[in-house]
Design a protein around this ligand. Sequence first.
Ligand code: PRP
Ligand code: URA
Length: 220
Amino acid sequence: MSLRVVVPPHPLIGHSLTLLRDLQTPPAQFATAMAELGRWLTYEALRDWIPHQRVSVQTPLASTEGTLVDGTVDLLAVPILRAGLGLWQGGQTVVPQATVAHMGLRRDEQSAVASVYLDCLPTTIGERVGVLVFDPMLATGGSLLQVLERLQAKGVQVDRLRVITALAAQAGLKHVGERFPQLTIYTACIDPDLDSQYRIVPGLGDAGDRLYGTAPQPQS
Ligand code: PRP
Ligand code: URA
């Protein structure tokens, strides 16, 4: 089994990604485009994953067959701060019923090694809970791996997991796939390269800084 990476071929996804990539896009429009991507990718991720059942339904004119989502299955959304909040803003419009557990990670600018500064994962995660991880950018994959390992330590199997990421680098996907070969990831695009500072190329720059209009953060 190898990592399943889904890049939904949809013009609205391409449109939002192109706005994110554009150097000229101001933070407010960047935030809107990031939320739109979160919305469409979440919608796609639920397609073959959210539990549902066939039911019969009586219309005013006749009875027919329909589909209902199984409301007894809980969802846990895990946005990775900061920029994952932008993706989750759109995801939330699709799955407003999800409980949210924030994870805060920050990459060291030289080594690109991420450290955890906030972990709001619940102490226990029920064995039927579906988990959606919102990692804005998958560059080296190091941030995502740390979150997945914490989820795995709480008993979450990969079949109960979906990862939503705006943009993924080939090298990062390889890295994640070696550790979690059965994982499924939804992304708007797979980019070919990482530069010497482990930024995705062509990429879109620093997602967090562009989302919030902040200057690059000094390292402590
Ligand atoms: C960015 C981005 C991802 C991570 C990806 O976070 O938001 O979470 O890097 O890189 P990786 O795959 O190499 O780990 P960053 O540390 O810049 O934090 P921010 O969102 O607060 O800007
Ligand atoms: N994080 C970002 O925000 N951008 C990159 O290119 C890599 C990691």
